[in-house]
Design a protein around this ligand. Structure first.
Ligand code: AP5
Length: 228
């Protein structure tokens, strides 16, 4: 297994890279943890969901195409996703590594990623479907990508983003039918992909506080760091 060189502020040392994938069902807290990991390691979080939402908001061709799939809870076609990832991972800000949130979601995407790059660690945030649904129903999202929850992680000012001051909204794919479809796809197509990564995968109990989940992620990554 390739050595995992992490857990200092890697941005301060260009020889260090960290490449992480975050897996987990809808509402497990991938986006929430991605924001924390991004800050901790100074690597960009690449969220395919956020890329689509940004394009939908701006009314681009990609946004119009993706919307038809997203509102029904279906996956956007693999060819589109793979092109986006390949281009995104060529950008300069990924020189110290990256965190993939929401990709890969099936075997074809995992095989496509393996042709583009290797990864160091694969984190699976484990929560039950019941908990997923509870969290999604209280989620509020900002166009800047920040994620809140009306009870568990509220913004300082009601319905306003702490980071950019924009009005928060409820996602169109957070309706009951779409949520059920998304969870079904997660169990049948996405979860089986985790086994593809063998020893690199780390399972975290996601049914704890946001802080505790983050603490567990850091300590599990540390355990796998042979240089520390
Ligand atoms: P995407 O945006 O990736 O959605 P998702 O995978 O369905 O995941 P979610 O964003 O719903 O949940 P999350 O795990 O990030 O949880 P969050 O941090 O928000 O994708 C959307 C769509 O785009 C897909 O359905 C698909 O159509 C398309 N797409 C994207 N990638 C694709 C790909 N690779 N291939 C094809 N199509 C693709 O947390 C949820 C809530 O819980 C929040 O309110 C949060 O505040 C709260 N919370 C978080 N952690 C905790 C905690 N520990 N305790 C209590 N509350 C918590």
């Amino acid at each position: 297994m390739k050595s995992l060189v992490i857990l200092d502020k890697i941005g301060e040392d260009n020889n260090k890279m960290v490449k992480i994938i975050l897996f987990g069902p809808q509402g497990s807290g991938k986006g929430t943890q991605a924001e924390l990991i991004e800050k901790e390691f100074g690597i960009p979080s690449v969220s395919t969901g956020n890329i689509f939402r940004d394009n939908m908001e701006r009314g681009t061709e990609l946004g119009k195409t993706a919307k038809d799939y997203i509102v029904k809870g279906h996956l956007v076609p693999d060819s589109i996703i793979l092109r986006i990832i390949e281009n995104r991972l060529k950008e300069k800000d990924t020189k110290n590594g990256f965190l993939l949130d929401g990709f890969p979601r099936n075997k074809v995407q995992a095989e496509g990623l393996a042709k583009i790059t290797d990864v160091d660690a694969v984190i699976e945030i484990d929560v039950s479907d019941k908990e997923s649904i509870k969290r999604i129903s209280g989620r509020r999202t900002c166009k800047c990508g920040a994620v809140y929850h009306v009870f568990y992680n509220p913004p300082r000012i009601l319905e306003i983003c702490d980071k950019c001051g924009s009005k928060l909204f409820q996602r169109e794919d957070d309706k009951e039918d779409a949520i059920r479809k998304r969870l079904e796809i997660y169990h049948s197509e996405t979860k089986p992909v985790i086994s593809f990564y063998g020893e690199k995968s780390i399972k975290i109990n996601g049914e704890q506080s946001i802080e505790k989940v983050f603490e567990n992620i850091l300590s599990e990554l540390k355990k796998r760091n042979p240089t520390k």
